[in-house]
Design a binder for this molecule. Structure first.
Ligand code: FAD
Length: 307
């Protein structure tokens, strides 16, 4: 009897609602690759919008390949919704003049928040090499953009160390340089083990990094895709995760339930450790992210006007 009541107590503790007013979220989308997909992606954004994200960001395809589509989606968000848009901007394969034009267009369109990155190399290459007339990396890009306009700048960071970093110390030093150049928020690459994130934040604080370090949460909509992404960016896929998604490739209903459970548990562990700000890599799918936000205590704003 007492054993049962103890485990019930801990279950109740685990599932008890958290104070919703402490949780802040942001959502990342990628620009649609066709007009046909644009409306589907817009519906995903509409579903998540009433949860009141701090901002919604739109990625910039490898090597600047989605320049126009990113711009179109970000400006549509600005013009047709009350959401705060943030445009990702990278320096791969672009001259300084081209980047200036993109940034200037954003400023003129009322976009004040950029997620500034060095960028993924274009299809077919694996290593970053600077454009002869461009920037050597994100620090140069941030410094330059800050001189053009007073953009709010978020950057990427890597709890499991960026594959190009010489060491974890060098990686943290580089993040510090991004902050010193003007970044006011760092968003992490996705990870699965909350301890990895918490240790990274401790290391960053010890090195004088004072800006918010927001965990980037990637719900596992497709295990094989996530495994591939993880291999490319150095994220560890724990054995327990592999085990949980075993035999689910052809079973989307069970896979989604497991994915929601895994991401919710990851977020709630972070929440218990004091984290109140989460960035979701939505992959343009609303349902999984919506359910995770729900378990974090977020509820839609009933007054939010659908767009
Ligand atoms: P940086 O931090 O500038 O460099 C990567 C690492 O290399 C550094 O952490 C550092 O360890 C090392 N390094 C680089 N230069 C130096 C130097 N001069 N001295 C010492 N060390 C150095 N990619 C896209 O193409 N489009 C996107 O929209 C996009 N969005 C993203 C959003 C988030 C939140 C994250 C985390 C990543 C995103 N990426 C995107 C992926 C990103 O472009 C890649 O991870 C890229 O390899 C690194 O970009 P970065 O700006 O973080 O690199």
């Amino acid at each position: 009897m007492s054993g049962i009541s103890t485990s019930q107590k801990s279950g109740n503790e685990l599932l008890a609602p958290r104070p919703a007013n402490r949780v802040e979220v942001s959502f990342e989308f990628f620009p649609p690759t066709s007009d046909a997909l644009a409306e589907k992606h817009w519906q995903a954004l509409n579903r998540l919008a009433p949860l009141g994200p701090k901002f919604v960001s739109v990625t910039y395809g490898a090597g600047g390949s989605t320049r126009e589509r990113t711009h179109a989606m970000v400006t549509r968000i600005r013009q047709e919704t009350d959401l705060e848009p943030a445009a990702h901007l990278t320096c791969v394969g672009a001259e300084i003049g081209e980047i200036d034009e993109v940034a200037e267009n954003y400023w003129q369109s009322g976009i004040r928040h950029l997620v500034v990155l060095r960028g993924d190399p274009p299809e077919g290459s694996t290593k970053f090499s600077p454009h002869p007339g461009g920037f050597n990396g994100s620090v140069e890009l941030i410094t330059h953009l800050k001189k053009q306009h007073d953009f709010e700048i978020s950057v990427g960071c890597y709890p499991e160390i960026h594959p190009d970093a010489k060491s974890s110390l060098a990686d943290i030093d580089y993040l510090k340089r991004k902050m010193d150049a003007g970044a006011t928020r760092a968003i992490t690459q996705f990870f699965f083990d909350p301890e990895v994130y918490l240790r990274f934040v401790d290391r960053a604080r010890t090195h004088g990094i004072t800006i918010p370090i927001v965990p980037g949460i990637l719900p596992v909509s497709s295990y094989s895709k996530i495994r591939k992404f993880a291999g490319q960016c150095g994220t560890q896929v724990p054995a327990w995760l592999t085990h949980l998604f075993e035999n689910l490739d052809e079973d989307p209903a069970t896979r989604n339930l497991v994915a929601a459970m895994v991401a919710s548990e990851q977020c709630r562990q972070l929440q218990r450790a004091g984290v109140a700000d989460f960035h979701f890599y939505t992959l343009n799918r609303a349902d999984l992210v919506y359910s995770v936000c729900h378990t974090l205590g977020l509820r839609p704003d009933q007054n939010f006007a659908a767009v």
